[in-house]
Design a protein around this ligand. Sequence first.
Ligand SMILES: *Cc1c(COP(=O)(O)O)cnc(C)c1O
Length: 745
Amino acid sequence: MPAVDQYTEWEWILMGIAELSTNHSIRPAVELSMSAQTMYDKCVTLARNLWWTWQPDVINLFRDLDPIRWRQLDHNPVALLAEMTPERLEARVAELALQSRINQAYRRLKEYLSERPLWARTNAGVLGSKPVAYFSLEYGVHESVPIYSGGLGVLSGDHCKSASDLGVPLVAIGLFYDQGYFKQHLTVDGWQEEEYIDVDVTKLPLDLVTDAQGKPIIITLETRTSRLMAKVWQMRVGRVNIYLLDTDVEGNSPEDRELTSRLYGGDNRTRIRQELVAGVGGVRVLRALGIKPGVYHLNEGHSAFAVLEVIREKMMDDGLSFDEAFREVRQCTVFTTHTPVPAGHDRFDAGLVEEHLGPLRDALGISHETLMGLGRVEPSRMDEPFCMTVLALKCSRKANAVSALHGRVTRQMWSSLFSWRVEDEVPIGHITNGVHIPSWLAWQMKLLYDRYFPDRWFERMGEPEVWQAIYNVDPGELWETHLTLKNQLLAFVRRRVSRQCRRRNEPDEVIEAARTILDPNILTIGFARRFATYKRAPLILHDIDRLARIVNDPQRPVQFIFSGKAHPRDTAGKEFIKAIANLRHDPRFAKRIVFIEDYDINVCRHMIQGVDVWLNTPRRPLEASGTSGQKAVLNGALHFSVLDGWWAEAYDGSNGFAIGHGATHRSEHVQDARDAESFYHVLETQVIPEFYDQDADGLPRRWVLRMMNSISSLAWRFSSHRMVADYVRLAYLPAACGTSAEMPR
Ligand SMILES: *Cc1c(COP(=O)(O)O)cnc(C)c1O
């Protein structure tokens, strides 16, 4: 029997709860094991805080509980545990000796939640009593919670994760879509079909938010024509809470109950109603919870109505006039704009605005024209619709774009709003996007870095010095680790492609062929993102014969993996998918170019961790930042991209490959032809020769050096830890304290 002092503190508490014994000094050995129920409850606690999504050992723990169901259930531990009884769990834990891993994971979660990291204590102290309220209409935290469509959502998720890791006081607001974004299937001839599946909220890590009496909190919103109600879900992401409004409430009309069913699902009327719920409703949630933010961060203009509600609160609470309240609220509001593409900026006509904002406008005591003016570049132009981006720009102290180039483009785009200033003085700066390293770095890579990087490097991953240690890594080991990940990706692709063929009832030989598709020795290029047309996925098809020669070169062949969804109403985007997916019917490409259906965080993770090269071919300057390439470079892939978005400021000649020279031509046609030519040329003269230049042991030394240059110069700089730290320094603290800080241009 172990001595009493060998128990951990936590086991003591547990035994107390389980009432195993009233006498702590004498304890029979058999009672040492946790009860099945306690073990089960610990697993549930772990599953209900999405902190686990960036803890490889907790992910592995869940997987080990039932590897097959784990995969089938989209890596959703809440759903997995719902299928298991405590007894079944206990049997599995005994079989694999998982008990100490459960205990350790649980203890680490408790520690994580109770400590306040040093960084926040020294750098974000004032925000403690004045947290940041972060508004976003999508959150991509994990594939099992499908309330995101693409980069914007994943960025919000990564922002929350880094805020949590750094200890930045932040609460997040969004909507709960019970059908999420759609699932994508392709027909035999490559046409995208959308399927909407009701997700079962009991299988998600969401808790209904209740008041002190245990009654669900219900938010009410008046429009001119109806009364809208919403309940609120709480989702935990480490130390950060995300509150999600949901209009599926008894008492709402059937139509309104479905208002928040789908992300980007409906028409303009659905859209303004969703934005009313998220913005105005979101502020009411904070009030109901007793949270008094010091900073409002509008992540995209979608949620900008929030500002109007905060002004109303200020007028009511402090007896201010509209103008006084407006000035005060403006001082503590920051706004991030994410796209120069016009369709990305919501515009509503006057009728829709009056119907939905009318009652709030009455409370603010302003006229219809004054309100409309807040959403117009030219307030007196009666035919100008109400633009959410304009509202956000007018109501924030400072706006920022998401890369240096995007900053320049955005200042130009909105210069007429600030017509009294020269363009260089438009109050729009930039904070370049980054990605959450613990979520996107393969654990195999992390183990390798652990061995060569300074102690506790994981707590200093935003510091450049840490990453210099990559040059100490043995090149052979780095390459081997990459090959392991590449093989994992190819196995994943084969599984998915053969499943796709089965679902389409294709002949057995087609399904069989999918099991051997792609070759681990071949240079492998990945391309995956939303199939928005400006992202130009089919650019590589510009000269199809040249592509065929490149792909089928007998000595130095190339293969491609594609994935991505088009917006359901984007016919041109769907044509792009079709063009790529149908290459499998062309014998020249059948074994060398594949399309993975239903792009999501899971597919993304496999791809960015396993490819040799990550390709991005946007039409400059429309890619505001892009983040998938940042995920890829962490894992040793080389970025091969048009000099747009983040790559325009990141590429230095030795840390990846560039398409074009950063010029933009007036004619899209000319621009596309030039970029395609550059793509082929750089591929043929730089990428392929360097990849296949391998020594006697098969080690491509020059390539591995480029991998090291890429990791050391890019990983820390394009991490969301660096990004959130920049937001704190350059946006949140100035907003909370009323000081000014120079944001880079
Ligand atoms: C990271 C990510 C994106 C962003 O990709 P871009 O390169 O910025 O277009 C989109 N979708 C998913 C699922 C992602 O994980």
